[in-house]
Design a protein around this ligand. Structure first.
Ligand code: CA
Ligand code: CA
Ligand code: CA
Ligand code: CA
Length: 338
């Protein structure tokens, strides 16, 4: 595991090539630039499990999907209309802009950017599903460390994120400032372990936070109380388990794992009961899943057609449909709330 605060694309590519050759896992604090190797078949497009007949999952869908793309030459947060062709560059900044997450009322997007020289958490107003001309993001963290992976609490009052400000990745939470206090509060640390703890996601009732922890020597999905107490390992598997997203009904946690030798998407019972259910099955990368607000669909990232695109499938893995289509990397989908 390594952490690069300000990635050099060449260094990052070389490092990630080495990681891919070692069947290792993605670094949590950088945008994953995956260098393809001959060991990964391209464009196999094997059908996923449970191909039950159903209509196009995008038919009748509305709203916006936030995602990250480098189609303009650097990472930007985009909005794409679900079921329509509109794509809007929200950030439009030469720095890296990544990891979007919506406020529960759908009026703001939190994201991470290194525009001030290191990763910070920003929020940007998107009152009508798009930003007003000239609107500027507000920086909520002011720390030379890498602050990344914002996750808005269900009541809209807090943003959880991960940071290495105390020497290794820990989960923190900050209070979202009101209109008169735009500087953000001092974040509160929720985890305290020398191993990396990263990528928080809230339970929909706000009582718990799931996250990735490397404290057992490999990535596991943990859940803890929102005050940081009682961290519990939910996956307990020697493979790498990453990128949790809590389902809207609170019952499932979506995550990706390489336990089958390649990254696939799974769900597990949020209470830790039962075994994980596999949603994708093919010889390509499927990861970074995000639930739709009604829990019937999942947006995710796959390189099944040769480069990383956002796809949308039914929540049981059926009928994956491509949402982006270009030669760039499209990553980190986040569904607009209803
Ligand atoms: Ca950018
Ligand atoms: Ca920072
Ligand atoms: Ca830690
Ligand atoms: Ca594991």
């Amino acid at each position: 595991m390594f952490h690069i605060v300000k990635p050099s694309w060449l260094a990052l590519s070389v490092a990630l090539l080495a990681l891919a050759l070692l069947s290792c896992e993605p670094a949590p604090t950088v945008t994953p630039t995956i260098v393809r190797t001959s060991t990964l078949p391209t464009a196999t497009a094997t059908p996923t499990v449970m191909p039950t007949p159903m209509s196009d999952p995008l038919a009748g869908s509305t709203g916006w999907l936030a995602f990250v793309t480098n189609r303009d030459g650097n990472d930007e947060v985009y909005l794409g209309r679900i079921g329509g062709p509109e794509r809007r560059n929200l950030t439009n900044n030469p720095a890296h802009d990544s990891e979007p997450d919506w406020s529960p009322d759908g009026k703001w997007i939190a994201f991470a950017s290194d525009r001030d020289g290191n990763w910070e958490i920003y929020v940007l107003a998107v009152p009508d599903g798009t930003t007003a001309a000239g609107a500027e993001p507000i920086n909520l963290t002011h720390n030379p460390a890498a602050d990344y992976a914002p996750a808005w609490s269900p009541d809209g009052k807090q943003i959880a994120f991960h940071s290495n400000r105390d020497g290794n990745l820990e989960i923190y939470v900050l209070a979202v400032p009101g209109d008169t206090d735009a500087n953000g509060s001092d974040p509160e640390r929720l985890t305290n372990h020398p191993a990396d703890d990263s990528f928080p996601t809230w339970s929909p009732d706000g009582v718990q936070i799931a996250f990735v922890s490397d404290r057992d020597g490999n990535g596991e999905i943990y859940a803890m109380n929102a005050d940081g107490s009682d961290p519990t390992n939910l996956t307990r598997n020697p493979a790498s388990d990453r990128s949790p997203d809590w389902s809207p009904d609170g019952k499932l946690i979506l995550f990706n794992s390489n336990r089958q030798g390649i990254w696939e998407l799974y769900t597990l019972e949020a209470d830790g009961s039962g075994g994980p259910r596999q949603l994708t099955s093919n010889l390509v990368y499927d990861w970074y899943g995000a639930w739709s607000p009604d829990g019937t669909q999942i947006a995710f990232v796959s390189d099944r057609d040769g480069d990383f695109e956002i796809h949308i499938m039914a929540a049981n893995g059926a009928h994956p449909t491509r949402f982006t289509q270009n030669d760039a990397f499209d990553l980190y989908p986040a569904w607009q709330p209803r």
